[in-house]
Design a binder for this molecule. Structure first.
Ligand code: F6P
Length: 353
């Protein structure tokens, strides 16, 4: 018996008391949690359930779909369709949004990445799901344009981490809170209330195999971290890269750090690797609500107005001091303050001035 534990439902009832809209949001987040429990059960069974490996299909971004990508997507889609609380859904695994029949006027749109970090599935390393809840237009069926809202409009956002334990971390705009799945009982229990990201950190996360494609401010920042005590930073840094954004963000929420998937020149058709609407925005809200910062290097992520559903964006997030330093390096690069790392455009301009 565990008396007095705060379950997700109890937490949401207390957190979102009052207006009808809030009650529906609480109910919707309970639906999200039930999809997450189903995905958690599938990922935990792994090879025993025959869910590992790839399919012959590709998603809209041209990525080969894993069986679990599709199964997780179905878990979310079915949950939202049966729940009757959202007017429409959009997913990394669906080319276009789907309108959903509502039992009453629905106030929400759900946007999600059903299984993030899916290159880790077959090697049994942590993966996750990411979700964002946006307001729906009133009195009519949503169209594509209705989804293209900035991250500031999010009513709730969060992620599930399928790691050694399954956790659900979410925000409704009043702090970021973590729940751990009690598998025997099937409840999410509040275990990490009011998570605060440490302001300072000495740990960075970036895929360094892309180093030659990064912009100079990122090269500068990482070079200084690697030089540690021997250079301007005056202290040694540690590095981690799991290749699963959810796991990376979770580590940063727990002990601080900076995560970077910056703009690079590896593929000039892509202004970043991560997706704005169902990766950067929800993670940006979770991080900000925990006292961290989320930026492209040049702009707050939550202020970016999307022009496409599957749009990609540069993402730099985590502990305030480090993220702000890297923002400053971008500014110094763009304005030519730091001559070693200033923009070639600026150098050209100043040569001819
Ligand atoms: O598609 C998103 C993602 O899997 C993130 O979860 C992760 O941070 C990143 O891509 C990993 O990228 P890479 O394969 O370049 O390390």
């Amino acid at each position: 018996m565990h008396l007095g534990r705060t379950t997700l439902s109890k937490f949401l009832i207390q957190e979102l008391d009052g207006r009808n809209e809030s009650r529906d949001l609480a109910a919707l987040l309970v639906d999200v949690a039930s999809a997450i429990k189903a995905i958690s059960a599938m990922t935990a069974k792994g090879a025993l359930a025959g869910v590992l490996g790839s399919l012959d299909t590709e998603n809209v971004q041209g990525e080969v779909q894993k069986k679990l990508d599709v199964l997780s997507n179905t878990a979310f889609v079915n949950t939202f369709q049966r729940g009757g609380l959202v007017a429409g859904i959009a997913s990394e695994e669906l080319d276009d949004p789907i309108a959903v029949a509502c039992s009453k006027p629905c106030q929400f749109l759900a946007v999600f990445d059903p299984l993030d970090g899916s290159s880790n599935i077959d090697v049994n390393v942590s993966v996750g799901s990411i979700f964002s809840i946006l307001p729906s237009p009133k009195g009519r069926e949503p169209v594509l344009q209705d989804y293209l809202q900035s991250g500031r409009q999010q009513l709730a956002a969060g992620y599930a981490l399928y790691g050694p334990s399954t956790m659900l971390v979410l925000t409704v705009g009043r702090g970021t809170h973590g729940f751990t799945l009690d598998r025997e009982v099937g409840n999410f229990i509040l275990t990490h209330p009011n998570i605060q990201i440490p302001i300072e950190t000495s740990e960075f996360a970036i895929n360094t195999s892309n180093e030659r494609f990064w912009e100079p401010p990122v090269q500068r920042y990482v070079a200084e971290c690697k030089a540690g005590k021997t250079d301007v930073r005056g202290r040694d840094f540690n590095m981690r890269w799991i290749a699963s954004m959810v796991a990376e963000v979770h580590r940063i929420l727990m002990r601080g750090g900076i995560f970077m998937y910056p703009k690079d020149t590896k593929d000039l058709t892509k202004p970043g690797r991560l997706r704005l609407m169902y990766e950067a925005n929800p993670m940006g809200m979770v991080v900000e609500q925990a006292g961290g910062v989320a930026t492209t290097g040049r702009k707050r992520i939550l202020d970016v107005l999307p022009d496409q559903l599957h749009q990609r964006i540069a993402v730099i997030l985590g502990s305030r001091d480090e993220v702000e330093r890297l923002e400053r390096y971008h500014q110094e690069y763009d304005t030519g303050v730091d001559q070693r790392y200033s923009s070639p455009l600026f150098k050209e301009r100043s040569l001819f001035q």
